[in-house]
Design a protein around this ligand. Sequence first.
Ligand SMILES: [Zn+2]
Length: 446
Amino acid sequence: MWEKKVERKELMKKTLKILMLIGIIALGINLTEVKAEEVTAPVTTAPQETTTAPETTTPAVTTPQEITTKVEQPTTVQPTTKPDVDTTGKNVKKGGYVKKTVTAYNLKLEKVTKVEKGIRYYVYKKCNNGYSLIQVGNQKLLVESKYITYKCNAKKIVNAADKKYSYNDMKRDLKKLEKAYGSIFKVDIAGKSLDKRNLYYVTLGNAKAKKTVYVETSVHAREYMNTKFIMNVIEDYCRGYDSKKYQGKKYSKIFNNVKLVIMPMVNPDGVTISQYGPKKIRNATLRKNLYKIANGFSFKEWKANARGVDINRNYAEGFNREGAKASAHKNYPGKTPVSEPETKAQISVVEKVKPNVVICYHQAGKVMYHLNHTKLSNMLYSMTHYTHVLSGQVQYGTFSDYLDDRNILNCTLETGLVPAPVKNRQYKKIYKTNKNVLVAVAKMYS
Ligand SMILES: [Zn+2]
């Protein structure tokens, strides 16, 4: 009995060992199968990888990233397969937005940045991996196609109801507009005013377009309503860039051929004086002099810059033909031609962009000034019904005189009914009458 028991125990031990061995072998087969899968998996995607990007990523690197992405952004999934994308960027592109903040990846499928709702991006194409290629700054990145929309979802920026649209309002809005529409809207600075305010100019449309319409507003201080007007127009054109048409032609097509270059507030010190008086002028010397120059005159009707020079009399062409003999709220040409930073800034922009045509916005009187009757002046009349006034050959040191001497076609539009500053209740009418002027002029040249 005892011996038999021992034999049985040994037999059981042996069978257990055999069973364990079988188990280990089975496990080993499983492991080798897994390894084989891991090895074969990238092989199937290899041809795609080699045709798109030379860099290869190993699964060991992407797996931990996947986990961290899911933790941080549960709804944004990192791409695992390479896109069938043409990296030369010659694909047709159109303006688009993302529906919510999503993560963007480079072509190596690495996280690069977040892209935000309310910002216009150029979208190149949908790829075969569920992602689309978009332009972010100077990079082309991938975002999930399902989050892309072609409807503008940017917030409205410029407040048309603002009765005193100031330099600071404009400065803030330019920044916001550039953030939202940076792919089609650029802000630059052409100089500084005497009281150290920026002399901004902006480019709307294709910055590389060969043709240019140049626009200036608020050369004269009290005409600041035109800055609000032009800022509203800029926003409207940006919002409608990919969807709106003018006379059957898409804005995007028009502004791809003809860009708008706009100086929305040529005389920011003057605007500040007209809106708030000299107390908002920071430079004490300028401020004290302003009270002397005004000599009791109402600052609301100020036209000149911070040292009483009328920018629109400061050009060399016909300089000092007439006007005030010393610093004044208007009409003083200055000591020498082109002495003022605002004049210099305008000239520098015009010399840089070489406009085909220039529109000068002033106030008031519902009048339009131009040298001759042209296709341009006829079209502007048909839109505004402002009274034609031929400016004639006699020059007075105005911006128009400067342009006429260089054979740059130009027209001055005086918006609203006198007196300036124009009453705010006229704004809606002015806006309605003039909102299509710049797109129409651009279309003429497109
Ligand atoms: Zn004016």
